[in-house]
Each structure stands twice: as structure tokens, then as C-alpha cells.
Ligand binder design. Structure first.
Ligand code: 13P
Length: 242
């Protein structure tokens, strides 16, 4: 089964930095078992798209968000059609940072996901519990609510990102990741959505990526911090591709 290696650059790497970064990355994967997806900020999408094309890379392009509207008076927003136009195949939606800093609701994530699907891309829909939810044993309840409210169809990837694991160096145990992924799959099945890839995100690094990817319920990873340093990104490529 192909595993997704999704790089979320968040609000990092402007045009110059993006190109310098890409020029230092060993992009030719040595096997076909992994699909790499780079999700730069909007401002670097066009440049990264051209760079990947010029290198005849099989890496794909993704965005980090989009509007739930097609066009019109939405200052500062970017539509799914615009992203498709730039060469995106994927769009991350409902990341916990957007849910936290932009008060994104499940309903809004669902609306965006529908636009992404309509324009022939795949939404990567993020869900995850806070540390407080985790401590109180509410993980599955929180995820069930997020999934039921924000996933519109089976044409998507679900990203399980515990909020407390993002950028902290804390990672759930492998057993916990497996259990939660199984629960997410059960919720998806109850909603009638079968065979949805479920990727894990939160402090994925070169030294833990293979252990996480080795589990059959894990269809890939969503990487933040380690995907913007050429050294750690090359180490990740080496780990998974060799
Ligand atoms: P880190 O890998 O930096 O923990 O970030 C994870 C993340 O938020 C990816 O979307």
C-alpha cells in the first residue's frame, strides 16, 4: 500500500527559501511505495509547482487551506479552483491551528472539502484532541464529533493530529496511534465511508517515522517542523525510501 508523506510547511519558506530548500532535497524516490506531497504557503505554490515540474519530480503539490466559496467578494481568500489551476492535487483542511486561530468550524471544513473535491483534488481533513481532552479520556468522542461534522464523502484523507503532539516532541505510543486510527476507521465506516486513508501527524521525525509507518492502520504521515529543514527532510527520505 502506498504511504503518504505529507509536508506541511505552515507559514514558513518564502519564494527564495523554498527554492533553496528544494535544491537541497533528494527528490527522486528510490521506490514507489511512498507519495510525497509538499504543502507550501500560498505565495510559494506557483514557484514550487514549476520547480517540481522542471525536476520531473513525482512529488505532488498541496495547499494548506482554501475558501468554501467559488469566487467573489472574499478579500484575502483563495478558491479551490485557483489551487487546482496552480497544480495542486491536495488541500489540507481544518488543521488545529486554523480551528484555533481562525475559529474554523466542522461545518466550514466540510464546505471547503466539498469545493476541493468538486475541483478534482483530495482534501486532507485534520482532526485531533487537545491535551485536556486526552487526559480526560475524551479522545474518541472529540474525534467522532469532528469527523461526523467535517468529512463530506469518502474522497478524502483523514489526518489524526493530537493537538498536544504538534510541535512539542511528545508523541502518543504506537499502540495509542493504532487504537485511535482503528477508531477513526470505525467512525468512517459508520458514516458509510470505506477505505479512507488515515495519516498521523504530530512530532514526526526521522527517528520515529518508520515505526509509525510500519503499522497497517497508518496510511502515512503529516510532517510539520521536520519538513522545513533540508537536513531532517533528507533524513526522512532516506529513512522511508532506502
Ligand atoms: P510538527 O511535525 O511540527 O509537530 O507539526 C505537525 C503538524 O501540525 C503537521 O500538520
Amino acid at each position: 500500500m502506498t504511504k503518504f508523506i505529507i509536508c506541511n510547511w505552515k507559514m514558513n519558506l518564502g519564494n527564495q527559501d523554498s527554492i533553496e530548500f528544494l535544491n537541497q532535497i533528494e527528490m527522486k524516490s528510490l521506490n514507489n511505495d511512498h507519495q510525497f506531497i509538499i504543502c507550501p504557503p500560498y505565495t510559494s505554490l506557483g514557484l514550487v509547482a514549476n520547480n517540481l515540474k522542471s525536476k520531473e519530480s513525482d512529488w505532488h503539490l498541496g495547499a494548506q487551506n482554501c475558501s468554501d466559496q467559488d469566487k467573489g467578494a472574499r478579500t484575502g481568500d483563495i478558491s479551490a479552483a485557483m489551487l487546482k489551476d496552480l497544480g495542486c492535487n491536495y488541500t489540507i483542511l481544518g488543521h488545529s491551528e486554523r480551528r484555533q486561530y481562525h475559529q474554523e468550524s466542522n461545518e466550514s471544513v466540510k464546505g471547503k472539502a466539498l469545493k476541493v473535491i468538486t475541483h478534482g483534488m483530495i482534501p486532507i481533513i485534520c482532526v485531533g484532541e487537545t491535551e485536556e481532552d486526552y487526559i480526560q479520556g475524551k479522545t474518541i468522542d472529540v474525534l467522532t464529533e469532528q469527523l461526523s461534522g467535517s468529512v463530506p464523502s469518502n474522497q478524502c484523507i483523514v489526518a489524526y493530529e493530537p493537538v498536544w503532539a504538534i510541535g512539542t516532541g511528545k508523541v502518543p505510543t504506537i499502540k495509542e496511534i493504532e487504537t485511535v486510527h482503528q477508531s477513526i476507521d470505525n467512525v468512517m465506516q459508520d458514516l458509510g465511508f470505506l477505505n479512507i486513508p488515515i495519516v498521523y501527524g504530530g512530532s514526526v521525525k526521522p527517528d520515529n517515522i518508520n515505526q509509525i509507518l510500519s503499522k497497517p492502520t497508518v496510511s502515512g504521515v503529516l510532517i510539520g517542523g521536520a519538513s522545513i529543514q533540508p537536513e531532517s527532510m533528507n533524513a526522512i527520505i532516506k529513512e522511508v525510501c532506502l
